[in-house]
Design a protein around this ligand. Structure first.
Ligand SMILES: [Zn+2]
Length: 259
């Protein structure tokens, strides 16, 4: 982690524009100090380490999702910077990425529609590595649309946190959802399973994502509560990971058929 981050604090780097080496410490994302898996570690300057680890009423408390996002982005940024420009592999990799970003034919195409009350796999395109997650649509009585985006074990691509803005836009586009009506929730099925985060993308849906850990009050505001894990029927269909506390239509709604 020291090598990957090269003693740069990802929060200083992106949020304060400070790209210098900083004195700091390794922090554990899930706050469990015996969990030394690489994916759980992050190098933070002393100041940010305190405000992340303190997790008290600090006004600038960063969420796990937020820190993970900036950590991954820092590693990506630094590793791009050290790729020797003349190397054929680096050039090919850049071309493949550029092509995937501009040519719709390189996008994932699943014969997919969105079924209410049931998580569906969604394949997304993101710079560097496409990925797969599940999404579940819940229409609230007040007209808002909750999308519960869950990272499943084995996702080959970029994490749903790191690709949040791409998945958000692709889901809204694909299912013709107004970005202002969508409430975006994020959760990992295998890592900190009990933590859910709401991700916001500014008023018009195009700003940098921001993460807020879901509180019981926020769940109540949505008339929903989280279930502990994803289960599947004997037919292999995934069951909802979100409990609804309002009359929910038992009929399935197929929406957004576009082909
Ligand atoms: Zn810092």
């Amino acid at each position: 982690m020291l090598v990957a981050c090269r003693r740069r604090c990802c929060l200083c780097y992106f949020l304060k524009g400070n790209q210098e080496e900083r004195r700091g410490q390794i922090a554990h994302l899930n706050k469990r100090s015996d969990d030394d898996r690489l994916e759980n570690l992050v190098w933070l300057c002393l100041e940010h380490h305190d405000s992340f680890d303190g997790n008290t009423s600090q006004s600038k408390g960063y969420t796990l999702g937020e820190v993970r996002h900036w950590r991954d982005k820092l590693i990506e940024t630094l590793s791009e910077a050290v790729l020797p420009a003349g190397q054929p592999m680096a050039r090919i990799a850049r071309e493949v990425v550029a092509e995937a970003e501009t040519d719709p034919a390189h996008r994932w195409r699943f014969p997919l529609w969105l079924i209410a009350n049931r998580p569906e796999f969604f394949a997304y395109s993101a710079p560097g590595a496409d990925g797969i997650c599940t999404i579940e649509r819940i229409d609230l009585p007040d007209g808002r649309i909750v999308i519960a985006c869950v990272e499943m074990p084995g996702n080959p691509g970029k994490s749903i946190t790191n690709a949040a803005e791409y998945i958000f836009r692709q889901v809204c586009e694909r299912f013709e959802l107004s970005t202002t009506r969508v409430v975006w929730l994020e959760n990992y099925e295998f890592f900190d399973r009990d933590e859910w985060r709401q991700v916001t993308f500014g008023v018009d849906g195009s700003a940098e994502p921001e993460w807020t850990t879901m509180t019981p009050d926020m769940w109540r505001g949505l008339l929903l509560s989280p279930k502990r894990r994803v289960t599947a029927s004997s037919a292999g269909e995934l069951r909802s990971k979100v409990r609804k506390h309002f009359p929910w239509p038992p009929v399935e709604m197929a929406l957004g058929l576009d082909s």
